[in-house]
Structure formats: C-alpha cells, structure tokens
Design a binder for this molecule. Structure first.
Ligand SMILES: [Zn+2]
Ligand SMILES: [Zn+2]
Length: 228
C-alpha cells in the first residue's frame, strides 16, 4: 500500500518576513525529506508578512502569492504537489486558511479590514477550511491564548515551531475536548526544518482533498511519528 506524506504549514522568504529559504529551496527541502506535496502558508497581512502593506491591494496580493507561484514552478519540475493557503494572524493567534485561490484573495480586500471573527465567517462562507495553528503557543508576540472552537474546522495538535511539548499536548487536549479533527504541520521557515505534516493513503491534489482527509478519517498518521 502506498503512503503519501504532506506538509500542511510552510513559509517562504518571498511571502514571510521571517522566511529563511526561498520557495524553490523549500520545495527541494520537502522533496529531500520525502514529502509528496506541500501547502505554502505564508504570513498574511496582519502577521509577519513580507510584502509592503502600503502597496495597493492587487499589487500586495501579487507579491504575497509569489512564494506559492515559485514553489509551484519547482514542484512541477520535481513532481511535488504545491498548494496555496495562508496563515491569518489575530494578534498572534494564527489561523491557517486553505481552499481559496489567490484570485479570490485579490477580489476580497475586506479580508484585511474585517475583524477576525468577521474574517473567519467570510472565508468559511466562501468555502475555506480553517485550522487553528499552535493554539497554545506562548510567546512575546502573542497577546493572549484565544480559542474559537466554533469558528475553526480543525486543530494543529503538532506544530514544529512550538518550543515545548506542553504547547502541543494542550492543543491535542483542546481538539479532543471539542471533538475537533486533528492535524499536524512543521511551520517550517527553513529548507531543512520539516518535522510535521500528515500521512495519507490517498493522493491530495487540492485543499478540498486535504479537508476531506482531515474531516473524514483519511489521515493514516500525524507526523512526527514517535517510535515505541
Ligand atoms: Zn514566521
Ligand atoms: Zn506558520
């Protein structure tokens, strides 16, 4: 039986101010680490984004999507699936947003003027799938832990950027407590930092395939898989 490995949370130097490797390097790193596909989820407008916020909206989106576009070119050459998403920040609480295109984003400048609850309603009504990234991370830039279980579709119970095991353990406790589906992501900012993601038996060729796997038991294992 074939098993496939997918990265759900990755940044690029093109899209994220904290990205340390170019999109092309990130895809080559994912391929070297055995992944079959990768979601590019750069920091969105209210987070640590790369494009200048003073740009007109269409120009801003054009620069923001560059990491994904470059990743896709490399992915096409290497046979690695590259899919688009972004990481929306609400004062340091991060919501991975999957399933909407760069074109949708360009047509929706209100994504940056809406409050976070309004944003979550807007994108989910438009068909987005929301994963609460590292919900229990504690860091200087995070004002408070904010839980909105009715406004998310799944919880990232492993995040490669968390500094303590307790931050991941609490996320798992949160998901279990609310019966929210669980997923995993490296949150990698560097070509060699791939630790998380998911294993499936079926190919993922779209965000809808990913949502389907998370929501309907299509995940064979969450990474990292700890041995006995
Ligand atoms: Zn970052
Ligand atoms: Zn991230």
């Amino acid at each position: 039986m074939a098993l496939y490995r997918w990265e759900t949370h990755a940044h690029t130097a093109e899209g994220s101010a904290c990205g340390r490797s170019s999109a092309a390097e990130m895809v080559r790193g994912a391929a070297a680490a055995g992944y079959d596909g990768i979601f590019i989820t750069d920091h969105f407008y209210h987070g640590n984004t790369r494009p200048d916020r003073r740009l007109p909206w269409d120009r801003w989106v054009q620069e923001f999507r560059a990491g994904y576009e470059h990743a896709r070119e490399t992915g096409n050459n290497l046979g690695i699936t590259v899919l688009f998403g972004w990481e929306y920040s609400w004062k340091g609480n991060d919501f991975l947003t999957y399933g909407l295109s760069p074109e949708w984003l360009a047509a929706h400048p209100e994504t940056v003027t809406f409050t976070a609850p309004e944003y979550l309603r807007l994108v989910r009504d438009a068909g987005a799938f929301i994963v609460h990234a590292h919900p229990f991370r504690q860091a200087d830039y995070i004002e408070a832990i904010r839980l909105v279980p009715e406004s998310v579709d799944a919880v990232e119970v492993y995040n490669g950027g968390n500094r303590t095991p307790a931050e991941n353990e609490r996320a798992k406790w949160y998901a279990e407590s609310y019966a929210l589906p669980q997923t995993s992501g490296s949150d990698t900012h560097f070509r060699a930092d791939f630790t998380g993601g998911i294993i499936t038996e079926r190919l993922i060729t779209s965000a809808a395939d990913y949502a389907d796997a998370v929501l309907h038991g299509g995940i064979t294992a969450l990474l990292p898989e700890y041995g006995p």
